[in-house]
Write a protein that binds this ligand. Structure first.
Ligand code: SF4
Length: 100
């Protein structure tokens, strides 16, 4: 009869307990690679919004352009670029029309 060893798949008390050093290093390397890839996205989502004065925000439309029609508008009264509450009928110099 064949002796069972820690490398024998049928003799694993738990998958974590028999991880080889190579398995562990691969996992740590993969985790580090994923973290470095994800970090810029995290940093981007943590960016500070700009002030209303920097954006030259106004509480009224600019011609037929208004926040409600902008790609950056977040209903009911937020903007992904400009800080604080905004009016759906407002406007700023970063207006970008929604794709229709
Ligand atoms: S017009 Fe300016 S303030 Fe209004 S939603 Fe677009 S980016 Fe934000």
């Amino acid at each position: 009869m064949k002796n069972k060893t820690s490398r024998d798949l049928s003799f694993r008390p738990s998958s974590f307990a028999v991880w080889s050093r190579r398995d562990l290093m691969r996992t740590i390397g993969l985790a580090a690679a994923l973290a470095s890839t994800a970090f810029p996205i995290y940093a981007q989502t943590q960016q500070q919004k700009i002030s209303k004065s920097e954006a030259k925000y106004q509480d009224k439309p600019n011609g037929n352009q208004r926040c409600q029609m902008c790609q950056h508008f977040q209903a009911p009264n937020q903007c992904e670029l400009v800080e604080g509450g905004i009016s759906p009928n407002g406007w700023c110099q970063h207006f970008k029309a929604k794709n229709t």
